[in-house]
Structures are given as structure tokens and as C-alpha cells.
Design a protein around this ligand. Structure first.
Ligand code: FAD
Length: 386
């Protein structure tokens, strides 16, 4: 199948070669146990694919989001899943953009080398949901230490991270000048925090995603681990969220290509009524429609990545890319399952697994309604409903 986005062809080819070492049987076994893909993540790390966004001065390859989307798209097109490792690519962005020179020197080279895993990003709370300004996890200053208490939910990879970026309140919402102020970003060292004020409870979900609930009970975090200025944390995490949305959109493009590859191959091969099922337009048109939708979404992902790499505002494009790509991958997943008939439901075809995996992206990291609300109010100037 011809793609619209053949950027970084060498990277794409080497990612595909690496992914061939991790076939469907590898992912199916992990999926059954809800186990973490340690060998896959290690291989991606050693190949340098998780440090493409880290500047060369800190040991990364400094290639930018254009290269990162090529990596994740190919991971997903190959039937693998980048969810276990993608945050190692972008979570460090908050240190890179807002950390002190000492913090950058202390952490970035080790993250680039894979010696430190920074792939947990803790924002969501059970009682705040999407309304991040209502988070209540609170960090109280006592001398050179913050004392953190509260709760987070859906924090992925927390058990597989050495460090975690934590968004918490340092001023209560009612006392802050604006609801978006009074939040701060702390870097939590999971290796010392666990059992000393931090408890992690895994949540079993419909897909293998290593997500968890976190409980903070007077956890001590050194003041030296504050990123940027106290009270400005919300602004800092917004830049990172754009990168996250674009990268996840690229994973959706990869998923969509996986489904279209599989559906069209099966439609060409499977004979029913003495002819390939793909000869029937009722079978081929939905797959062709998926290809059209996915190609358009891929262009938006590339556009958003190009704006991000040029240092330009890209919030709207990142949101649009994520929405278009997650809907296109989901539509392709549905067609692929339908095209396979009963075999679509058989584990050994990997379609039902990828079907479950790609559904997530209409909800996380931001749900579709919130993207529509952004476009309606920020782009089209309609009144905000909340
Ligand atoms: C597997 C998984 C992994 C995750 N990983 C992380 C992570 O690592 N770190 C992290 O911080 N979070 C993570 N999340 C959380 C994720 O970002 C949120 O689930 C997502 O943003 C939606 O928030 P919510 O679940 O609180 O839904 P809610 O905010 O409770 O919303 C529920 C539904 O109501 C809709 N809705 C809410 N308000 C409005 C409105 N005003 N107008 C229209 N519709 C509205 C939403 O669109 C949604 O469909 C993860 C979630 C999952 C499921």
C-alpha cells in the first residue's frame, strides 16, 4: 500500500526490522498476563529510538517530532504497541524546556542513554477528571522539602519508571489568582518514594497498558525537584501535551495502516462463493474509505509535528490530528474485524487485540468532546459551555 507520509525512510525501515523480532505471539502472551514488554522497550531504547527528541548536546539524536512520529507509526503498523515506551520520548520535554541547567545536566543524558526511565506523567485525578484545574493533590512547603498528599488515577507505567513528572497544587484553587495558576511540577524519584509515602495500585483494563492508581501520603520531595517556577506548572505541562497528542496520533496512523494492510490482504485472499471477498464492492469500499480517511489524518499529523518542530503554536493542529487519527484508526479497526468475519475474533489474528488497543485513543490522553470544545471555542469563537 502506498503511504502519503514516507518521511524518514531509513528510520522507518530500521524500526520495521526491529519490530519483526517481536511478532504477534510475543504481544499475545503479554496481553494474556497483562505483562510489561520489557524486552521490546529495552531493544527500542538500545537502538536509540526513544531519545530522538533529546538534543545531541544531552546525548540524544535531536531529530525532532518528525522522526518520532515515524518511529511510533512503524511500531504500530508492525502490530507492536508503543504505549509501554512512548512517554520516555516526550515526558522529558518539561525538563528540557523548563528545567534548570543543573536539572538538564543531571537527568537528560541518563534519560537519553536509557539509564533513567522517565515515563510516568501524573495529571489525572479521580474527582477532577478532565477539569485539570480542580486537581487537589497538594504539595506543602516545609523548608527545602515539599510534603505531597493526594491521589492520582490512570497513571501509566508508574511501576516501570525511575522518575515521574507530577502535577500538583501548591496553592489551593480558591486562593490562586486564576484557576490555571497555583499548580506546580515536581519530579518524583519513584525509587525512593515507593513505600515512603507513595503507594501504587495497578488497574486491570481491557488492554495491556500498565496503568495504575497512586496514593500520596505525606511523600517528601526535595525542593530541588521543582521544575521551573512554583505555581506555573499548568503552563509547563501544556507544551508536553501537544507533543503527546501528536505522537499518539502517529500511533493511531500506524494502527490504521496495520488494519488496512491486514484487511486488504485478507480481502484479496479469502475465497467465498468461488471468488475473493475483496471482489465485492461491499467489502472493498469500506477499506478504501479507511485509506482515504487515514491518509488525510496522516497529513494533519505531519503538519502538527512540523509546527511543533518549528517552535510554532500547534495546540489546535495537535488536537485535530489526534481526533482525526484516532477516529480513522477506529474506523479501520472496525472494517478489518468485519472483513475477517469470524476469524477477526480469533486471538491468533491479533486483530481483536489491536482493536481493543486503538479504542483507547478516543478517550486518552484527551477525549474527543474536549477537542471539539477546543475547536468550537478557540477556533470558531463560540461560547464555552463550562
Ligand atoms: C488506559 C489509560 C491510560 C491513561 N494514562 C494516563 C497517564 O499516564 N497520565 C494521566 O495523567 N492520565 C492518564 N489517563 C487519563 C486520561 O487522560 C483521561 O481518562 C481522559 O483525559 C479522560 O478523562 P476522564 O477519564 O477523567 O473523563 P471525564 O473527565 O470524567 O469525562 C467523561 C466523559 O465525559 C465527557 N465530558 C466531560 N466534560 C465534558 C464537557 N464539558 N463537554 C462535553 N463532554 C464532556 C468526556 O469527553 C468523556 O467522554 C489514562 C487513561 C486511560 C484509560
Amino acid at each position: 500500500m502506498q503511504d502519503f507520509s514516507p518521511s524518514f525512510p531509513e528510520i522507518r525501515a530500521s524500526v520495521r526490522k526491529l519490530c519483526a523480532q517481536f511478532p504477534g505471539s510475543y504481544w499475545r502472551a503479554l496481553d494474556r498476563e497483562r505483562a510489561y514488554p520489557t524486552a521490546f522497550v529495552q531493544t527500542l531504547t538500545e537502538a536509540g529510538f526513544l531519545s530522538v527528541l533529546i538534543p545531541e548536546a544531552y546525548g540524544g539524536s535531536g531529530l525532532g517530532l518528525g522522526a518520532a512520529i515515524a518511529v511510533l507509526e512503524e511500531v504500530h503498523r508492525s502490530g507492536c504497541n508503543g504505549g509501554a515506551s512512548h512517554a520516555q520520548m516526550y515526558t522529558m520535554g518539561v525538563i528540557l524546556r523548563h528545567g534548570s541547567p543543573e536539572q538538564k545536566a543531571a537527568y537528560l543524558p541518563k534519560i537519553a542513554a536509557g539509564a533513567l526511565r522517565l515515563q510516568a506523567f501524573a495529571v489525572t485525578e479521580p474527582s477532577a477528571g478532565t477539569d485539570t484545574t480542580r486537581i487537589s493533590t497538594f504539595a506543602r512547603r516545609e523548608g527545602d522539602t515539599y510534603i505531597v498528599s493526594g491521589q492520582k488515577i490512570w497513571i501509566s507505567r508508574a511501576e516501570h519508571s525511575d522518575l515521574m513528572v507530577l502535577l500538583c497544587r501548591t496553592t489551593a484553587r480558591e486562593e490562586a489568582a486564576k484557576p490555571t495558576q497555583g499548580m506546580s511540577v515536581l519530579l518524583v524519584d519513584m525509587r525512593t518514594a515507593l513505600g515512603e509515602g507513595l503507594t501504587i495500585r495497578p488497574i486491570r483494563t481491557m488492554l495491556n497498558h500498565a496503568t495504575t492508581e497512586l496514593f500520596f501520603d505525606n511523600l517528601k520531595v526535595p525542593k530541588a525537584n521543582l521544575i521551573g517556577e512554583e505555581g506555573e506548572g499548568f503552563r509547563y505541562i501544556l507544551d508536553g501535551m501537544n507533543a503527546e497528542r501528536i505522537l499518539i496520533a502517529a500511533e493511531c496512523i500506524g494502527d490504521g495502516r496495520f488494519f488496512i494492510d491486514r484487511a486488504s490482504a485478507y480481502a484479496r485472499d479469502r475465497q467465498v462463493f468461488g471468488r475473493p471477498i475483496g471482489e465485492n464492492q461491499g467489502v472493498q469500499f469500506p477499506i478504501a474509505r479507511n485509506q482515504v480517511q487515514l491518509s488525510a489524518a496522516a497529513l494533519m499529523v505531519e503538519r502538527a509535528a512540523a509546527l511543533f518542530d518549528a517552535g510554532q503554536a500547534c495546540g489546535t493542529e495537535a488536537n485535530m490530528a489526534k481526533m482525526l487519527a484516532s477516529e480513522a484508526s477506529w474506523a479501520a479497526a472496525d472494517t478489518c474485524l468485519q472483513t475477517h468475519g469470524g476469524f477477526g475474533f480469533a486471538e491468533e489474528f491479533d486483530i481483536e487485540r489491536k482493536f481493543r488497543e486503538t479504542r483507547l485513543y478516543q478517550v486518552a490522553p484527551i477525549s474527543t468532546n474536549l477537542i471539539l470544545s477546543h475547536v468550537a471555542t478557540h477556533v470558531l469563537g463560540m461560547p464555552k459551555s463550562f
